[in-house]
Design a protein around this ligand. Structure first.
Ligand SMILES: [Cu+2]
Length: 220
């Protein structure tokens, strides 16, 4: 009987060592794979991405939307979620109620959009990775999409009918010309006549004085 170690022990031990090496190789491969996986994981857990919306970004609408719906690639977390809609004229915002979260959708109802032009939908949502995602999109309302302006804003109607007082009244006609043209010469005629009469009298007097002249001057 030889005290040699059982030859079977060596071969028996070999497989476990090989197995261990294989395991090590496998482990390192797994490790590499895990490392790659870890490298890829942040992409899957990054900020949510907006994948759809209603209205769509840069849409031109003939009908005003009654709500805004944002659809993300991953569930939206609970927390500080907000959607703010501002109009073309600034001022008041148009959201009318709380932001509702349902899975990967965030929505908010809108009050009546009353102006044509570009609206901005600014949103802030809690991403699946726990971070906050902030961004915005726009849409445009055409004139067709907004209510008609109220009558008070329309052009004023034709001038009110209160101008009759200013309409030219019957113009007082000029005094009629004197019907008798001779009347205009009346005074002149009288003067002329008077002068003629005076002249006639003077002539008569002169002649009368000359005739009896000689007897009054008989002294020479
Ligand atoms: Cu993040």
């Amino acid at each position: 009987m030889t005290p040699a170690a059982p030859p079977a022990s060596a071969p028996a031990a070999a497989p476990p060592r090989r197995a261990a090496r294989r395991l090590a190789v496998l482990a390192s491969a797994l490790g590499a794979a895990l490392a790659l996986g870890v490298g890829a994981a942040p992409a899957a857990l990054a900020h949510n991405t907006l994948i759809d919306s209603s209205p769509k970004n840069e849409a031109e609408l003939d009908t005003a939307p009654e709500e805004v719906v944002l659809t993300f690639n991953a569930d939206v977390g609970e927390g500080a979620n907000a959607i703010v809609v501002t109009g073309p004229e600034g001022g008041d915002t148009y959201e009318d109620g709380e932001v509702a979260i349902e899975g990967a959708e965030a929505s908010v109802p809108l009050r009546e959009l009353d102006a044509a032009g570009e609206y901005t939908v600014a949103y802030r949502i809690v991403s699946a990775d726990g971070h906050i995602l902030e961004d915005d999109l726009t849409f445009t309302l055409t004139e067709e999409a907004v209510p008609e302006p109220s009558p008070s804003e329309e052009d004023p109607a034709a001038a009110p009918d209160g101008e009759s007082a200013d309409s030219p009244a019957e113009e007082p006609s000029a005094s009629p010309e004197p019907a008798d043209p001779l009347a205009a010469y009346g005074p002149v005629g009288a003067v002329v006549g008077g002068i003629a009469i005076v002249a006639l009298i003077v002539i008569l007097l002169v002649r009368l004085r000359r005739r009896p002249g000689p007897p009054d001057q008989g002294g020479r």
